[in-house]
Write a protein that binds this ligand. Structure first.
Ligand code: ADP
Length: 601
């Protein structure tokens, strides 16, 4: 869940909950107040109406009582005239005044009616000396609801006749109908049997009976009050009921609950509206506030992502609060991190290069090892071959000497010479190997001193003389007499010249030529050994200084050699601070040359 969403929820909770509580409490209080007010108004209106009915009926009773008194003291003609006048004055209230004699016969009627009412309840009751008010009934004359009030007319306490008044209820109804019951309300009066004696809809009067109504039940129990209930039509109503004991009437005023509570409903709508607007405002406010609060956090997040990808851009500090401080710290940290990263990258790059270098060295070392391995194989085959040849020669010579038939001393001598030569050859080879291993191990000992090159050239030339004669090769020397003395190891330089001259002899055909020359060359002398022998291809010239390398293995068989001579010579000349170079071409002879430092320079 994002911080922004959480903030919105938080704002909603802290604002909407108290707001809802306040709205609900005030709504509830207002609702109760409005309800109480509606109930009270209804009850008051009902009671006022009930009292108005009482007053109206009391006025009728008073009228009848007064007229009865007047009738007892007034002559007939005047009474009749008075009754007409009274009826006219109370038009709409009294429909008829009539008088009954002791038999119930009508002796006078303002409607000029005749007849007998001797069996009527109102006659029987009044004849017993008391005022009587009938139940509401539909008038036989007008067809409208009416009551009949009767009262005895007395002369000297003797009932002479009965005064009857037919009272129209319409006049009373106008009083009742003045109660405000709204459009959907209902107002009615029932008698103690539940029969309707008043209703807005006149056609229901005395024709319908209402029993299953809370108010009707209450009122027929002679109670007064107000309540909320479901009326006989199944509608929720506020009902007020008022019992008129004198007439055994129950006045019931019902207001439709929804209509009565219109104010409550509009209050409810108002409160809901206020709540919705408040929630909406809170959401908008929370939206903008959370945006403002989370914007720098989002920038920090984007910055951190950029940092991860190595594309960090500093975040602008938009506020001076804790988040602003955090942003500044983040920027500094990011810059430092990027710096560290750059340094690390450089170090890694260097380490990689080192690794590559080491790898290359390892590859080279591996190649070297392979080379050494093949050299070792070469060496073993060469040594075994080179050792086999002189050894078999020694064996053949020895067997020959052992043979009994052999007496000739000449042959003996030749055999012995062979043995000596082979032993010498083996000795040379072993010495060569020992010298080379010393050179390579850096353990060769040198005794540098002033050396006259003539001396060493002389020794070397003497060494090759026998073979040169044998091959009839002309060996020339070109060394000036005043050649500068050199700084070198005499014995080692003799070995070098021996090797180069014996190679020149080996690889030059019979009757060939060899030239050993030396001359001053600035602070050095330049020594050259030239022959007009078989020569070498250009690509072999670098390899001939390698150990055991021989250009032609077949020639090796014929000529012999270990392939170590040039390696040893090269090592010795290097120890003298110089290098042996070679120029050659196949069939065109070879020239080996090197410089030696003159003594004292
Ligand atoms: P080796 O004992 O075979 O002479 P070296 O180390 O002295 O060993 O020489 C290596 C090889 O160089 C020889 O086997 C030969 O093939 C070649 N080589 C040396 N000197 C000459 C030369 N003067 N003319 C032609 N080839 C030569």
């Amino acid at each position: 869940m994002s911080i922004r969403f959480e903030l919105i929820i938080f704002f909603l909770i802290i604002s909407v909950l108290p707001l809802s509580a306040v709205v609900y409490i005030s709504y509830d209080h207002s609702k109760v107040a409005i309800r109480d007010s509606v109930m009270t108004n209804l009850l008051v209106a009902t009671e006022n109406t009930g009292r108005a009915i009482d007053d109206w009926m009391a006025a009728r009773r008073d009228d009848i009582r007064i007229i009865s008194t007047i009738a007892g003291n007034t002559e007939k003609g005047k009474l009749q005239e008075y009754l007409y006048t009274f009826e006219n004055e109370h038009q709409g209230v009294y429909e008829e005044f009539f008088l009954l004699n002791s038999d119930g016969n009508i002796t006078f009627s303002t409607l000029n009616r005749t007849g007998n009412a001797g069996k009527e309840q109102y006659f029987i009751e009044a004849a017993q000396g008391k005022m009587y008010i009938s139940d509401v009934s539909l008038s036989g004359i007008t067809g409208l609801p009416e009551i009949i009030i009767t009262n005895p007319v007395k002369e000297n306490d003797t009932i002479t006749e009965i005064l009857c008044a037919r009272v129209s209820m319409e006049n009373l109804y106008t009083v009742i109908e003045s109660i405000d019951i709204g459009k959907l309300g209902e107002i009615f009066i029932v008698n103690n049997k539940g029969e309707l004696i008043f209703h807005q809809n006149r056609s229901k009067i005395l024709l319908e009976k209402i029993n299953n109504n809370f108010a009707v039940k209450e009122v027929t129990y002679e109670k007064r009050g107000v309540g909320e209930y479901i009326n006989y039509k199944g509608e929720a109503v506020l009902g007020s009921y008022y019992w008129l004991p004198l007439y055994r009437w129950g006045l019931i005023v019902e207001k439709n609950k929804n209509e009565a509570y219109t104010e409550v409903l509009s209050l409810e709508r108002l409160m809901v509206g206020i709540s919705i607007i408040a929630v909406f405002c809170v959401v908008i406010l929370a939206f903008f506030l959370s945006k403002r609060l989370t914007k720098p956090i989002k920038s920090l997040k984007d910055g951190a992502n950029g940092l991860v990808r190595g594309q960090f851009k500093t975040i602008s500090v938009s506020s001076s609060n804790e988040i602003g401080e955090l942003t500044e710290i983040f920027n500094q940290t990011a810059i430092e991190l990027l710096d560290i990263r750059k340094k690390l990258e450089t170090k890694i790059e260097i380490a990689n290069k080192d690794l590559e270098e080491k790898n290359r060295e390892l590859i080279d070392a591996n190649d070297e090892l392979k080379k050494l391995d093949s050299l070792k194989s070469d060496f073993i085959s060469l040594v075994s071959h080179e050792l086999k040849t002189p050894l078999s020669a020694i064996r053949t010579s020895a067997e020959f000497l052992e043979s009994e038939n052999i007496n000739a001393s000449l042959v003996d001598k030749e055999m012995l010479e062979n043995i000596i030569m082979s032993v010498d050859r083996l000795t040379r080879m072993v010495n060569d190997i020992l010298d080379l291993s010393k050179i390579e191990a850096g353990k060769m000992e040198y005794h540098f001193e002033q050396v006259n090159f003539h001396e060493i050239a002389k020794v070397a030339l003497e060494n090759i003389q026998p073979l040169a004669k044998k091959k009839n090769i002309k060996v020339s020397v070109d060394i000036p007499g005043n050649l500068s003395p050199i700084l070198g190891d005499r014995e080692k330089l003799i070995i070098v010249l021996n090797n180069l001259l014996s190679n020149a002899l080996k690889f030059t055909h019979n009757e060939g030529r060899i030239l050993l020359s030396a001359k001053d060359d600035q602070d050095n002398i330049m020594v050259r050994v030239e022959d007009n022998g078989i020569g070498m291809q250009n690509d072999k010239l670098v390899k001939i200084f390698d150990k055991f390398y021989q250009v032609d293995s077949t020639s090796r068989r014929k000529i012999g050699g270990s392939g170590l001579g040039l390696s040893i010579s090269s090592g010795i000349i290097k120890a003298h601070g110089s290098e042996i170079c070679v120029e050659s071409e196949p069939g065109g002879g070879s020239t080996f040359f090197f410089r030696l430092k003159t003594f004292g320079e």
